[in-house]
Ligand binder design. Structure first.
Ligand code: FDA
Length: 418
């Protein structure tokens, strides 16, 4: 029995349920994409526009769930400043080719063609003015125009590699056969949104190396005295420069009930592992020692905690002086004492105990080793016809639209090559 499903204007169609024995759906597809997220939809659209018959399958009940929840519901869909330097990967060169061939401007052109209003928030980050739903609608409209079939609620039980080089997918609803299989099943972050380790398991099945995975762009947790001393400041936010492993990010930090978050901390979390030295410059852009000396010269009788409250949130300044710095009138500090305080303010050692993990992480670091893939086509070097794109690959961007840009670019690279 074979049936046809297509992505109509209303979106994707649920997989029909099998009645009785396993339904055999040997309808010819030039390519099947597993995962109807950012990367998978882009690959499907690109390939279908070239005339290929493409099917996208997803186990979730709707497509693009992460797009929908991204950017606080407004989807930070790209970053105009994208360069390979904003990506973490065991091979930092791997992402270059795809990013160079599908740039933020290509995606912006698509967004503008669909008349989606957008704005730059900061640092080249582009967000929808209205809703990330418009990005999903745009992708589904492109699927419909190009003739891509999209099936949701389609669970893949196993994938076989046949003697003729094609792939047979056993789904809960039937079997599918294709000469080209694209794995776009994403990473492990936010399991409640449909994230699964499917892509990694499949990669291993086909002889690919999978580099250790861990949560990235994730809040850090604190325990012990740091937690005790900061917990009740939850909600306090301040600009900092967070530094770890020779990388630093200047932006806001937010104290949370469990630890610390905010853009600077999310960014640095991708470079941090338990035991690594994490430092915060609490007065970024200010020469702390010069500032303290100036206060000592001009406001000799003022207490340090009063003066710090002028450059830091008041409660945070008070807490620093309760536990880390002895506050007294400025005139009473010796030069070495002032130097010590300046060092602490510009390089505050914060001992994080861990991360909040995949439950809240925006991305998964690590994944399918890019050494096993072609950087121009994303095709497996071991198994012709098998492709890996998007977050499942060991390429992870910074916060700020870079991860979607990688999804679009790697999806486009595969879609062009299929
Ligand atoms: P993605 O996860 O989008 O899609 C994978 C698809 O595969 C899903 O639809 C899933 O259901 C499906 N799937 C998984 N296992 C399957 C299986 N076994 N069988 C069938 N289907 C399966 N990035 C950015 O650039 N700007 C932003 O604003 C944000 N904001 C943001 C917010 C939050 C809360 C999160 C969690 C993440 C972000 N990101 C982001 C990161 C961004 O969402 C992410 O990098 C991309 O969605 C990755 O795209 P992929 O297509 O690779 O995976």
């Amino acid at each position: 029995i074979s049936s046809t499903w297509s992505a109509g204007r209303s979106g994707a169609t649920p997989c029909p349920r099998a009645n009785g024995p396993e339904r055999v759906t040997e309808k010819a597809h030039d390519a099947i994409v597993i995962g109807a997220g950012a990367a998978g939809l882009m690959a499907a659209i690109t390939a279908a526009q070239r005339g290929l018959r493409v099917l996208v399958v997803d186990h979730a009940n709707k497509v693009g769930k992460k797009i929908l929840m991204s950017g606080g519901g407004r989807c930070n869909f790209t970053n105009t400043g994208t360069t390979p330097a904003q990506y973490l990967s065991a091979n930092p060169h791997f992402c270059k080719s795809a990013l160079a061939r599908y740039t933020p401007w290509h995606f912006i052109e698509l967004v503008e063609r669909h008349r989606i209003a957008y704005h730059e928030k900061e640092l080249g980050q582009l967000f929808c003015d209205e809703s990330s739903k418009l990005i999903v609608k745009m992708l589904l409209d492109e699927c419909a125009t190009a003739g891509v079939e999209v099936r949701t609620q389609c669970t893949i039980e196993r994938v076989e590699h046949l003697d003729d080089g094609s792939f047979r997918l056993h789904t809960a609803q039937g079997r599918l056969v294709t000469p080209s299989l694209v794995i776009a099943s994403g990473g492990l972050s936010i399991p409640s949104m449909g994230a699964s380790g499917f892509g990694y398991t499949l990669a291993k099945q086909f002889g690919h190396e999978v580099l250790p995975t861990r949560a990235g762009l994730v809040p850090l947790t604190l325990t012990g005295k740091h937690a005790e001393r900061l917990q009740d400041l939850a909600g306090v936010s301040l600009p900092v420069e967070a530094r770890c492993n020779d990388t630093s990010f200047r932006n806001f930090m937010l104290v949370t009930h469990r630890g610390i978050s905010g853009p600077s901390i999310l960014q640095v979390s991708s470079y941090w592992q338990p035991g690594d030295d994490l430092r915060l410059d609490l007065l970024p852009g200010i020469d702390a020692e010069a500032q303290l000396r100036e206060w000592q010269a001009t406001r000799r009788d003022a207490e340090l905690k009063t003066l710090l409250a002028e450059v830091l949130p008041k409660r945070f300044a008070q807490r620093l002086c309760e536990h880390w710095i002895a506050s007294k009138p400025l005139r009473q500090y010796t030069p070495p004492e002032l130097r010590g305080i300046a060092d602490l303010l510009s390089s505050w050692p914060l001992i994080a105990s861990g991360t909040e993990g995949y439950r809240t992480a925006e991305v998964t670091l690590g994944g399918v080793d890019s050494d096993g893939l072609s950087s121009t086509t994303m095709m497996s070097r071991h198994v012709p016809g098998l492709y890996f794109i998007g977050e499942v690959v060991d390429v992870t961007g910074w916060l700020g639209g870079y991860n979607f840009q990688w999804a679009w670019a790697s999806g486009h690279a595969a879609g062009t090559a299929l």
